[in-house]
Design a protein around this ligand. Structure first.
Ligand code: CP
Ligand code: NVA
Length: 302
């Protein structure tokens, strides 16, 4: 059987994504031990910092009965020049699944090509699909079906925005992207998703009538040197109470975190009654447990 990887949301069929989200919700509700992945090992190679992704994967695999091995850049021979392809071939003979957080998306694609076991994208410069599993679970828990709803993305056309573009198409919702000129998502991605995505440079227009408002940092990991220039370019793209007021009265606010209060979101919105960011963060655990089960035990039918 062909090894299934999870490099972008497009690695899932729409029905699989829905099943996975429902499985995560179901397992979250059921208390008590559940260890279908006994003795299974998750290898983790993280070339960027992480709080949520690392802890949710490590805690998740342990709760499912398995164990994790975490490799920071200095821990492996990768940093001393061992080819990625060799590392993939070796590690995948020892562990059952591998989560990789890195810079270039091409790196996870190359790694997956040489891996015998499923590879999970734990964030690249282009996509962050694990976060979308949690975001969609959070929406379903709070509001039910997302088909036909409107989501406003306000901020950078980055890895999170591009993952929302994929989600819009798969789950059939409308996505209004508002970003400053020069910070748009990839043109090819927008073209392929034109039926579900609109692009504007006006955050107020994107937020009008939306059911969900989402944002992310102005400078992603690896863009630290652009911070000042970005702060200037994005100064009109903060999610404020005024922006929330343009959305529907029952609209939710999400942010993958970490957040910068006073930059992409005001403290009032982040801590306000429409914000579900703590549920969203918690759901990283539940959604990724469902993902690990899906990739390692396809016969369970989730
Ligand atoms: N949202 C998210 O991926 O957080 P970390 O960078 O802390 O993993
Ligand atoms: N866009 C952010 C997401 C962090 C979880 C980054 O890539 O740094």
């Amino acid at each position: 059987m062909k090894t299934r990887h999870f490099l972008t949301l497009q690695d899932l069929q729409a029905e699989e994504l829905r099943m996975l989200i429902h499985r995560a919700m179901e397992r979250k509700r059921l208390a008590g031990p559940y260890e279908p992945l006994k003795n299974r090992v998750l290898g983790m190679i993280f070339e960027k910092a992480s709080t949520r992704t690392r802890v949710s994967f490590e805690a998740g695999i342990v709760q499912l009965g398995g164990a994790a091995i975490f490799l920071a850049p200095k821990d492996s021979q990768l940093e001393r020049g061992e080819p990625l392809e060799d590392t993939a071939r070796v590690l995948s003979r020892m562990v059952d699944v591998i989560a990789l957080r890195t810079h270039s998306h091409d790196t996870v694609e190359r790694f997956a090509k040489y891996s015998r076991v499923p590879v999970i994208n734990a964030l690249t410069d282009r996509f962050h699909p694990c976060q979308l599993l949690a975001d969609m679970q959070t929406w379903f828990e709070h509001r039910g079906e997302i088909r036909g709803r409107t989501v406003a993305w306000i901020g950078d056309g980055n890895n999170m925005c591009q993952s929302y573009i994929n989600a819009a198409k798969l789950l059939d919702f409308q996505l209004n992207v508002a970003c400053p000129e020069g910070y748009e998502p990839e043109a090819g991605l927008l073209e392929r998703s034109a039926s579900h995505v609109t692009l504007t440079h006006d955050p107020r227009q994107a937020a009008s009538g939306a059911n969900l408002i989402v944002t992310d940092v102005w400078a992603s990991m690896g863009q630290e040197e652009e911070q000042r220039q970005r702060r200037d370019a994005f100064r009109h793209f903060q999610v404020t109470p005024e922006i929330m007021q343009l959305a529907r009265s029952d609209a939710l606010f999400m942010h993958c975190l970490p957040a910068h209060r006073g930059e992409e979101v005001s403290a009032e919105v982040l801590e306000g009654p429409q914000s579900v960011v703590w549920d969203e963060a918690e759901n990283r655990l539940h959604a990724q447990k469902a993902l690990l089960e899906f990739l390692l035990l396809p016969q369970t039918g989730i």
